[in-house]
Design a protein around this ligand. Structure first.
Ligand code: NAD
Ligand code: DAU
Length: 354
């Protein structure tokens, strides 16, 4: 193995945000070795990383974060200096159907990864880092006013957010009890390329394109704070390199939108791109039964990250959304593979038959 200045395990890098983080690190830091550890669940797609898969400082290792033997072997093989932990079950609707899958990966998996990191690092914790990527959903739901700060008490309300809150507590417990060097960030809703089309924005883009109903939960008045995924990746880069050990940082777009307004915005963009008469796509909007326990509003105060580490989002929402729509329209093969399930065969073709 070449002499890399840092060897970093990025968990969940075949997923949406993880693939953007891996791409940023692999390209920006050729002196680092980036090892993508991913179980390739339904949400993991190696096609997301095609442009970097042959670069010398990128490696893919298939594995489950709960598989202690496998993770221990990888620590022995690569001598990681850092873990950037993104692997998770991430979809609120799925957590309502199968909460225990979220406990297994998000709670038990994170605890296991912390435990293994500590075991391998405890004799020399210097220059080691466990970076835990979390969500604003741990803070609960806001009314019309106010923002989540790093001091907001946790109040998770879905099985997904409860599992992420629990993982956050384990991370802090490993800091306080064992002195494990950690940092953590809690981010708002991401959007951008390679987003699995079961989440709001890619689902709406795909349905508009295919003239299918646009399912808006409840009255569509729930509010989310949206951040371009590549800006989340730069925030992670900033915090990884400059964040204070033991601290947490909120990451957000200062960009609140009601769901129904986003759907209308997307319909307008798509009408233009597809050459449809104005107002045509909006006819597809269909109000459906609300998500059980649907959180009303999330809004992140990311001023700590801005003031202390100088990070801020680079893109306006309308610009980012247009870029995102363009990506989906230009990458219909990716969408077809994901929606048909073909993307799951890519691993066999790319890796097992080598
Ligand atoms: P994703 O669902 O797109 O990707 C998750 C990845 O983790 C997939 O590649 C999957 O194969 C892998 N994975 C799942 N279970 C695993 C296991 N047991 N072992 C190894 N790998 C496993 O998720 P995402 O949207 O990219 O989110 C990444 C992280 O960021 C998550 O921790 C999520 O909670 C957090 N987050 C997401 C958002 C968002 O808007 N998507 C916002 C804030 C925080
Ligand atoms: O806030 C950060 C979180 O954002 C992350 O931690 C999660 O991993 C990520 O999935 C996301 O959670 P949300 O539940 O906010 O995202 P989702 O895209 O599922 O839904 C966004 C909003 O749109 C939410 O209010 C529910 C609504 N919605 C969603 C879908 C899929 C609809 O109205 N219709 C839909 O079909």
């Amino acid at each position: 193995m070449a002499d890399y200045s840092k060897k970093i395990m990025v968990t969940g890098a075949a997923g949406f945000i993880g693939s953007h983080v891996a791409r940023l690190f692999v390209k920006k830091y050729p002196e680092y070795l980036i090892v993508n550890l991913d179980a390739l669940t339904y949400a993991g797609n190696l096609e997301n990383l095609r442009d970097i898969e042959n670069l010398p400082n990128y490696k893919f290792e298939r594995g489950d974060i709960n598989d202690e033997k496998r993770i221990n072997e990888l620590f022995d093989q690569y001598h990681f200096d850092a873990v950037i932990h993104l692997a998770a079950e991430s979809h609120v609707d799925r957590s309502i159907i199968d909460p225990l899958a979220f406990v297994r990966t998000n709670v038990l998996g994170t605890a296991s990864l912390l435990n293994i990191s500590l075991k391998h690092w405890k004799d020399n914790l210097e220059n080691k880092l466990f970076y835990h990527v979390s969500t604003d959903e741990v803070y609960g739901s806001l009314g019309k006013e106010g923002f989540f700060t790093e001091e907001t008490p946790y109040d998770p309300r879905s099985p997904y957010s409860a599992s992420k809150a629990s993982s956050d507590h384990f991370v802090m417990a490993y800091r306080h009890t064992y002195g494990l060097p950690i940092v953590m960030s809690n981010c708002s809703n991401n959007y951008g390329s390679h987003h699995f089309p079961e989440k709001l924005i890619p689902l709406m883009i795909n349905n508009i394109k295919n003239n299918k109903p646009l399912p808006v939960y409840g009255k569509g008045e729930n509010v989310r704070d949206w951040l371009f995924v590549e800006d989340h990746a730069t925030a992670i880069d900033t915090i990884f390199h400059n964040g204070k050990i033991g601290e947490k940082y909120n990451v957000g777009g200062f960009n609140e939108w009601k769901n129904i307004d986003i759907v209308h915005l997307l319909c307008g963009i798509m009408d233009k791109k597809l050459g449809r008469p104005a107002g045509e796509s909006a006819k597809l909007i269909t109000y459906v039964k609300d998500r059980p326990g649907h959180d009303m509003r999330y809004a992140i105060d990311a001023s700590k990250l801005n003031k202390e580490l100088g990070w801020k989002p680079s893109l306006q929402f309308e610009e980012g959304l247009e870029k995102t729509v363009d990506w989906y329209l230009q990458n219909q093969d990716w969408v077809n593979h994901v929606t048909s399930g073909d993307y799951q065969k890519y691993y066999d073709v790319q890796y097992e038959k080598r």
